[in-house]
Write a protein that binds this ligand. Structure first.
Ligand SMILES: Nc1ncnc2c1ncn2[C@@H]1O[C@H](COP(=O)(O)OP(=O)(O)OP(=O)(O)O)[C@@H](O)[C@H]1O
Ligand SMILES: [Mg+2]
Length: 257
């Protein structure tokens, strides 16, 4: 059975998609079979893996809204062992598009994952920066949540609505939902500010914080621009090494359970 990890933070631009793509690619590097689901209408994960969202005939939208077969929208990627469920802008209209007869619209993704024919080790879900239908679908479907936290002031305040959403979901429909960990992103070791903030965040989230910190690294946006994970584009870049190390932490945690 696949472990399902949602990459969630309602704050925009904190490194969710970068983490979804590169954690997936790094897990695949360690020969784990990975399915990355792009659950964001912005479709950055789809683009970041080299696909044009506008050219996708069927996407996660058709699966969730029109009952289209999930297995038929899965795409192979340039990364061996990594496959993608693409998204496009249509996903933004999910609320108005879901038929009224759908009783539990927050369980659509969970139900759909039960129809997967292929076995994966990990399913990674890239979520949009909001706390609406899409994010709740990922919280209901997931085994755990990975929360990227940008190294900046007010990080805790930024994360608190996400923690409330997790707690609501645990109380209502997914009592076993765990926090996989908080991940410090875009860390700049050259500045005192970066060091201070990362220490403060580690103090707040304690052992729930991954040992790995993702540094600010120019190879990361360069790789996105070319539509490949940084772990493939420049495997020895500091950003790649960090995502390999994060993947090892995720695997070790899973295997020690
Ligand atoms: N470690 C990093 N070093 C340098 N640039 C980074 C790093 N991580 C992310 N970025 C850049 O920061 C921007 C925001 O990152 P990303 O798209 O991953 O955030 P997000 O949380 O998915 O955003 P959104 O909330 O809009 O979905 C992107 O341009 C990305 O290339
Ligand atoms: Mg994103």
């Amino acid at each position: 059975m696949a472990k399902i990890i949602g990459i969630v933070n309602q704050k925009g631009g904190v490194g969710k998609t970068t983490t979804a793509i590169n954690l997936s690619s790094a897990l695949a590097h360690f020969r784990r079979k990975v399915l990355l689901i792009d659950l964001d209408p912005q479709s950055d994960a789809t683009r970041g893996l080299g696909f044009d969202p506008a050219l996708q005939p069927k996407t996660i939208y058709d699966v969730l809204v029109k009952n289209y077969d999930l297995n038929r929208v899965i795409k192979k990627t340039v990364v061996k062992h990594l496959e993608l469920v693409p998204s496009n802008l249509k996903l933004a209209s999910i609320d108005s598009a879901i038929e009224e007869k759908v009783v539990d619209k927050l369980s659509l993704l969970k139900e759909t994952l039960l129809t997967l024919k292929k076995d994966y080790d990990y399913i990674i879900i890239d979520c949009p920066p909001s706390l609406g239908t899409l994010n709740y679908n990922s919280l209901v479907a997931a085994n755990s949540v990975l929360i990227p936290v940008q190294c900046e002031y007010f990080a805790l305040e930024a994360v608190s609505p996400t923690l409330v959403a997790i707690s609501n979901t645990q109380k209502s429909s997914n009592p076993h939902l765990e926090i996989e960990g908080f991940l410090l992103t875009m860390y700049d070791a050259r500045t005192r500010l970066g060091i201070e903030i990362s220490q403060e965040i580690r103090g707040l989230f304690k052992e729930n914080t991954f040992l790995t910190t993702i540094p600010r690294n120019i190879s990361i946006p360069e790789a996105s621009f070319r539509g490949v994970p940084v772990t493939i584009f420049r495997p020895s870049a500091s950003g790649s090494l960090a995502y390999f190390s994060l993947a090892r932490e995720v695997i070790d945690k899973e295997e020690s359970n």
